[in-house]
Design a binder for this molecule. Structure first.
Ligand code: DON
Length: 343
């Protein structure tokens, strides 16, 4: 052990092994392994290769403890989950006012790929639907496509603490078949909502969707937001503190697409899903949840992931608006003690 940080992470790894939360997560994983509702995304052949049985659940606390159950190292494409984090970088690049002049923050109640803009302002409705995500990608600064992508990858590294690759076949397929996204980009160009670097920006959007992550990365992404923008393990700042609230607000109202209302009602945590099968959910000040199961429901959200988040929220009283005593006190389940709930 060379320093205090190493000692702390060693202590955390011991707790994570002995903690009752581990058993809880294993049981949760077991409980929903047999849920076979939903289908694997197949709009491009590469996504259809995902195995329906893949299933991982990871929780990372804001003090850097990591709890895993199931396939937490299996890589998959981040897809729409990237949208929340790219929105954060656009805010850092331009500030709130300018970004909001290009992308609204209003839920649509429409599918993620709907071709719809706010009639009064011509803005896409929010950064989580495809149109809004393309307008957001347009805002990412950089001399050229390579530099802009590099900035995105560096940002994801700050959140997760590790390097990320692009799944090139997924990127090329998205690029070759993304006519609908291309149509939206040109519609927004027509209204002056995006710059004329359409091809470069669409490439960036398809590349950001093709970044490879695992369930642990997703938990680390949300734990970093839960921790005010600082990765709880590496202690590196991933996003300026002032924009964390912006990102997680839009995740709460728009992150689960046209299921966002139902999600907020049942789970009550800011979250973002992707058609690769991932969900990342933020319990501010407490923890991040990352789930991976490629079986998607009709709205494009991971069916098992939703169930896992519902259980975690209910059992530990994580719902943002919960005022009742939770069935389980999170701090006790993490430490195995009977300590006071200081969460
Ligand atoms: O733009 C698309 O269609 C995909 N690359 C990303 C979509 C996505 O993950 C939407 N989610 N559920």
């Amino acid at each position: 052990m060379s320093n205090i940080g190493d000692l702390q992470s060693f202590a955390n790894s011991i707790t994570a092994v002995t903690s009752p939360l581990r058993g809880y997560l294993n049981e949760l994983h077991q409980k929903y392994s047999s849920l076979n509702d939903g289908t694997v995304a197949d709009y491009i052949p590469e996504l259809a290769l995902a195995k329906p049985e893949w299933f991982g659940v990871c929780v990372v606390t804001t003090d850097g403890q990591i709890f895993e159950a199931g396939d937490c190292d299996q890589l998959f494409t981040i897809q729409s989950i990237s949208k929340a984090f790219v929105f954060g970088l656009a805010l850092e690049d331009h500030g709130r006012e300018y970004v909001n002049s290009k992308v609204s923050v209003e839920p649509t109640g429409e599918a993620f790929n709907s071709i719809v803009l706010d009639e009064a302002t011509n803005r896409p409705y929010n950064p989580m639907v495809n149109a809004g995500a393309i307008a957001t990608a347009d805002l990412i600064k950089g001399e050229n496509g390579t530099e802009r992508l590099k900035r995105l990858l560096e940002m994801f590294k700050r959140y997760t603490g590790r390097d990320h690759d692009i799944n090139v076949p997924v990127f090329l397929s998205e690029k070759a078949t993304g006519y609908r996204n291309r149509a939206m980009a040109y519609l927004m160009l027509n209204f002056g909502m995006v710059s004329d670097k359409i091809d470069e920006t669409l490439d960036l959007y398809f590349q950001q969707c093709s970044i490879l992550v695992n369930a642990k990365d997703l938990a680390m992404l949300s734990a970093t937001l839960a921790n005010g923008g600082i990765n709880p393990v590496t202690q590196e700042r991933a996003i300026a503190e002032q924009y964390v609230q912006d990102v997680i607000s839009v995740m709460l109202t728009c992150g689960m697409y046209d299921a966002s209302g139902e999600w907020t009602y049942r789970v009550g945590l800011p979250a973002k899903s992707g058609v690769g099968g991932g969900i990342t959910a933020v319990a501010p000040g407490k923890l991040g949840i990352g789930t991976f199961s490629p079986l998607l429901d009709a709205k494009g959200n991971s069916a098992r992931g939703i169930k896992v988040c519902e259980d975690l929220s209910r059992d530990f009283g994580l719902h943002l608006f919960n005022v009742a005593k939770p069935e389980r006190v999170l701090a006790d389940w993490i430490s195995g003690g009977n300590g006071v709930d200081d969460w």
